[in-house]
Design a protein around this ligand. Structure first.
Ligand SMILES: [Zn+2]
Length: 376
């Protein structure tokens, strides 16, 4: 077995589903980084369930600012218990199967392998490996780093399965729960109450109009080229013959990076205000729980140009969230790239193609050499 496959097999062997602690995989990565002569620093925090999670930073020099960071998340999505080989990396037809093989342990194995083939003492500019926790449950670890700012980063290469296509921009992700109040009454006497469901329906109609308005703010690099929104869940009422006292629905939107997350919220608040003017009894709460920003690196950035040259592929954009936005908070210009296909990522039978895995290590090696070795 080649070195890179061996490393990936060891990473996959360590169960690191987001729900549990990531201490075991962090310990493994610390050991590997120490073998490379890197300085490691742990940044622990408690997740929403009181479980300790650890972000790990490994540095070629003990500095506060690095030229380049390679970023990979240590956690994976859960796996179905019927997939008995989920943590046992299995090779078939040039593909390596296992939970996390594609998202994102393949990238981590490639990064470690790349560094093993470089004489790190020769680097003229500092390099970091950043291993995060809880990416799969709302980028929690990366957000913690963005808050603590333990390091300044000039350029970052964020690992996510993109089939080795450089991704230079991603949409943000925002979420709110809307709670509309009514007054219960017997449905034979609707004048005695107010239906929260009818009220919610009016708001949802307005959201459809807002969704159409959002199309006017075009960002041509994306597909679709504008902010989208969705009401994915709705729940309300207690019985068929009772006016609903409450109706809740989720409002999710994916803003283009040029548009602040609050834009949709402001349009929605204005719609609520109009409803309240028409009906002074109208009551509605908006509980916004997420506002993850998108990211965008200009197509002519040296980082994008370099990765386009190394991969032979033009850069593109994605409609989903990545840790690149949090790396921006550390001062970084970012690109997202990694082996494997995002469409395979969260499925039973997740895999990474061997050739892409090996190619990724070469690309990362070249990137480190070009960014951290050549002065100027
Ligand atoms: Zn991922």
């Amino acid at each position: 077995m080649t070195r890179i496959k061996q490393t990936l097999a060891e990473l996959v062997r360590i169960d690191s589903v987001s729900a549990g602690s990531n201490a075991d995989i962090v310990e493994y990565l610390e050991r590997r980084c120490a073998d490379l002569g890197l300085v490691t620093r742990r940044f622990p925090y408690l997740d929403d369930y009181g479980i300790e999670k650890i972000n790990l930073i490994a540095l070629t020099k003990d500095v506060a600012e690095v030229e380049l960071a390679l970023v990979g998340h240590t956690d994976t999505v859960p796996y179905d218990p019927i997939w008995t080989d989920a943590t046992n990396l299995t090779e078939r037809d040039g593909k390596l199967y296992g939970r996390g093989s594609c998202d994102t342990k393949g990238f981590i194995a490639a990064a470690l392998t790349a560094l093993e083939t470089i004489d790190l003492s020769q680097l003229t500019k500092p390099l970091a490996l950043i291993f995060t926790a809880d990416e799969e449950i709302g980028l929690r670890g990366a957000k913690q780093l963005a808050l603590e700012k333990p390091l300044r980063v000039r350029y970052s290469i964020v690992g996510e399965p993109t089939s080795l296509k450089p991704v230079r921009a991603g949409k943000g992700y925002s979420l709110a729960e809307v709670i509309v109040k009514g007054r219960e009454a017997h449905s034979a006497y609707p004048a005695l109450g107010a239906s929260a469901i009818f009220r919610a329906a009016r708001l949802i109609n307005r959201l459809e109009i807002i969704a159409r308005q959002l199309r006017q703010d075009q960002h041509a690099a994306f597909d679709p080229p504008y902010t989208t929104l969705n009401v994915g869940l709705i729940h309300g009422g207690s019985a068929k013959n009772v006016l609903a006292g409450e109706c809740r629905f989720t409002l999710e939107w994916r803003p283009v990076p040029s548009q602040p997350s609050e834009h949709v919220l402001k349009l929605f608040q204005a719609a609520i205000q109009e409803e309240t003017q028409a009906d002074p009894d109208f009551q509605c709460e908006v509980d916004a729980s997420r506002a993850d920003s998108g990211f965008e690196t200009p197509p002519d950035s040296p980082l994008i140009k370099l990765l386009e040259k190394l991969t032979g592929k033009g850069s593109s954009t994605v409609a989903f969230g990545t840790e690149a936005a949090q790396m921006m908070a550390l001062g970084s210009v970012s690109v997202v790239i990694g082996p494997g296909d995002i469409r395979e990522a969260h499925r039973t039978g997740e895999f990474v193609p061997v050739d892409e895995l090996e190619r990724c290590a070469e690309i990362l090696k070249e990137s480190v050499m070009q960014i951290c070795l050549i002065s100027g």
